[in-house]
Design a binder for this molecule. Structure first.
Ligand code: BGC
Length: 709
């Protein structure tokens, strides 16, 4: 602790300290130098409480932030500047594809680049901390928040967690005034809510939490994330926000996290609804003991401030929390410049041409081509294009958590296609009357833009049927009768059950919520100016009843063997009314160019545990156009001390090839990535026999075996 922070704490009253540990939303603060009485009264707070709180969420904009900060500092006795935090998740004003889409890029460098851009934009808008990245491992598309995540694989999740934190913080341990600080969330396990129902119970074993769920948060901490947010859910029967074991033992002691820990919105207060705290005071004490430093919006800590004689234990805990908060404020330089980052020069980069170009590139790299019958795609510029569907002329392409993104400045697919193709006939009517069908019949290709709206993905959007609504399916059925090639463009924030869509489409492009420049990216892809660069970061199930379905499930005692006997043998781990296979597996995605792998080799047959394997493989582009591929390396441990997944992603590399290029690619695989959590809850690597597979998805590839001694 610096001398400055030490002295400051020594001057603070108990109430002032609790104030620093409280975060309120922007609704409490008016920019016209007054407090807003409505929310204050509702929360039973006095104006004096307001001028002691330590941080504010959800406010941005140079003028607004400056006014609130200046007014606050005028009233605050010790002149401790406010921290401004906000959810800048996949863009500030320039909106990039949603995180799940960016995960499909399999490109950590790109994720780092997009994160850095939104961080710079947010800093110029007066934000100090973004509540990102979210690194909850997700395997259930019924849960709407899968759109904010990096998908179902622990390794991909960790690589992207690291890339996001480094990008947001501008590759600095402490972000300078041109960047915001990252806050990784939600610790821990929120992605495993039962039945995909929002805010529901999480009941995973500690072994599983450690083996698969922790690595994303750990990677963020190792990358230097300065803040962590708690999760809404329970872990082992206790709400995470009051869970001593999770926060003190695991997060702080084992993972070595030293910065401020913030609750999720009202998560301290919600311990009452969980039935594990009797009132706000009780909830506050549990959270404080668990090591939560900042109370976001439950006003529970303020209850502690009203104690006349706080216990010495309470005083100690409060002092530790305040120290962490003030250290953080000092590290950001807020005491020397409470208006950090707010320079009009910086504002110019917001929504700049450069940022939009990267947004377009990111949308190209995130788009997944799922089907391309008879190489229907790409199309020629002068083909007659019939354009239909709910999302054809709809700016709802940004996705949830695109706070400052504006639909009004988002180009629609129709507008982008009209700019890029010579003959586009757009049919607005979703019911498709006889005259519409007549017009569509004269076209060469039909592009149907279908999907779910931003309102149907993100927080609090759990669904029992993650699929395209009936009305849109009816439209597709009508189109089918025209006997024209159909390309379906999918707008979605989650995997969907797509059977009728797959059947009735010749081409299928998963655009996700592609962000500010998604429509222009789609035009480039349809024209073949760019190869779609995405590969699935989550499995697409064939049937609702298969959910949760993910590629890296554990082996069972009665596995399928993959031949005819699977049908004959009843007593296997399977369904009697559906296959185990997904519609599209993790890692899957097509390109326009035809590529192939051969000659996969490992540098040795036997390794020491400290070694890295050098995997080499030849990749060939058989086409006359340039190609893009994601080479994926999966491993499999033959015998483990606990059960292991059949295959697990352990390395990947995205490569770009010139027309007809043949290249030898070398991929490094440090063997410590194969360590796993044993039944004593410790992670270590076993000696023994392993298999490795190099391929273009999680289901097939070239196999090698090796041994660790
Ligand atoms: C979400 C968090 C978010 C917070 C503040 C909560 O409802 O769970 O992810 O950061 O709100 O907006």
């Amino acid at each position: 602790m610096s001398q400055f922070v030490k002295e400051l704490i020594s001057k603070m009253t108990f109430t002032e300290k609790i104030g620093q540990m409280t975060q309120l939303s922007g609704d409490f603060f008016a920019s016209d130098n007054s407090a807003i009485t409505g929310p204050l009264q509702q929360a039973n707070l006095a104006t004096t409480d307001l001028y002691q709180v330590g941080s504010i969420l959800g406010v941005s904009g140079v003028d607004e932030v400056k006014k609130i900060q200046e007014n606050y500092l005028q009233h605050s006795r010790l002149k401790i500047p406010l921290l401004f935090m906000a959810d800048v998740v996949h863009g500030y004003r320039t909106i990039f594809p949603i995180p799940l889409a960016l995960a499909a890029s399999f490109d950590p460098q790109l994720v780092s680049q997009t994160s850095e851009i939104f961080s710079r934009e947010a800093a110029a808008g007066g934000v100090h901390v973004t509540f990102a990245p979210m690194v909850d491992l997700v395997r259930d598309p019924r849960w709407g928040r899968v759109m904010e995540a990096n998908g179902e694989d622990p390794f991909l999740n960790s690589e992207l967690a690291k890339a996001s934190v480094e990008g947001i913080q501008g590759q600095q341990k402490i972000p300078d005034a041109d960047h915001v600080a990252a806050c990784v969330k939600h610790f821990a396990g929120y992605g495993a809510v039962e039945a995909g129902r929002e805010y529901n119970t999480v009941d995973i074993s500690e072994w599983r939490l450690r083996d698969q769920y922790l690595s994303g948060y750990q990677a963020a901490i190792e990358a230097g994330v300065p803040l962590v947010m708690t999760a809404f859910n329970t872990f082992q029967g206790k709400p995470a926000t009051g869970n001593y074991h999770l926060m003190r033992d695991i997060l702080r002691r084992e993972l070595g996290f030293k910065g401020p820990l913030i609750s999720d919105w009202d998560a301290i207060g919600e311990m009452i609804a969980h039935g594990t705290a009797s009132d706000l005071q009780d909830a506050a004490q549990q959270a404080l003991k668990a090591g939560v430093d900042i109370d976001m919006m439950s006003m529970a800590y303020l209850k502690l401030a009203r104690r006349v004689h706080p216990s010495s234990e309470l005083v100690d805990l409060v002092n530790q929390a305040v120290e962490r908060i003030l250290n953080f404020k000092e590290s950001l330089g807020l005491f020397t410049d409470p208006n950090r980052g707010l320079h009009s020069e910086n504002e110019k980069q917001i929504f700049s041409t450069h940022n939009l170009e990267i947004a377009q590139q990111a949308a190209v790299e995130s788009t997944v081509l799922l089907k391309n019958k008879n190489n229907l795609l790409p199309l020629s510029k002068d083909c007659r294009l019939g354009l239909v569907g709910k999302f054809a002329d709809n700016p709802d392409l940004l996705g949830s958590w695109s706070w400052q993104g504006k639909m009004a400045e988002t180009q629609t697919i129709k507008s982008a296609l009209q700019e890029n193709f010579t003959k586009v006939s757009y049919i607005q009517n979703q019911q498709l009357q006889a005259v519409d069908l007549q017009l569509l019949k004269q076209q060469d290709v039909i592009v149907a833009c279908l999907g779910l709206s931003a309102q149907q993905s993100g927080e609090a959007t759990s669904m029992t049927h993650p699929q395209i609504p009936d009305q849109q399916l009816a439209l597709l059925r009508k189109l089918q009768q025209l006997n024209k090639p159909i390309i379906t463009v999918l707008i979605t924030g989650r995997p969907l059950v797509l059977n009728p869509i797959i059947k009735n489409s010749d081409g299928l492009l998963l655009l996700w919520f592609p962000g500010s420049r998604g429509a222009a990216a789609l035009a480039q892809i349809l024209l073949g100016e760019k190869e779609p660069g995405g590969r699935l970061p989550m499995t697409f199930p064939k049937d609702l009843g298969q959910i949760p379905l993910y590629y890296n499930n554990f082996r069972t005692g009665r596995p399928l063997v993959g031949d005819k006997s699977d049908l004959e043998n009843k007593y296997l781990s399977k369904y009697i009314d559906q296959e185990n296979q997904p519609a599209f597996c993790f890692g899957y995605g097509l390109g326009y160019a035809k590529t192939a792998l051969s000659e996969s080799k490992l540098d040795k047959k036997t390794y020491q545990s400290i070694d890295s394997i050098k995997v080499s493989v030849k990749i060939e582009n058989h086409s006359d156009i340039s190609a893009k591929q994601v080479i994926q390396v999966y491993c499999h441990q033959i015998v483990g001390e606990t059960v292991r997944p059949q295959w697990e992603l352990k390395a990947f590399q995205k490569v770009k090839l010139q027309p007809k290029e043949i290249r030898k690619v070398e991929i490094d695989l440090p063997l410590n990535r194969l360590a796993y959590v044993h039944s004593d809850l410790k992670r270590r690597l076993d000696p023994g026999n392993y298999c490795l597979r190099v391929g273009f998805d999680s289901q097939s590839g070239l196999r090698q075996s090796f041994k660790i001694i």
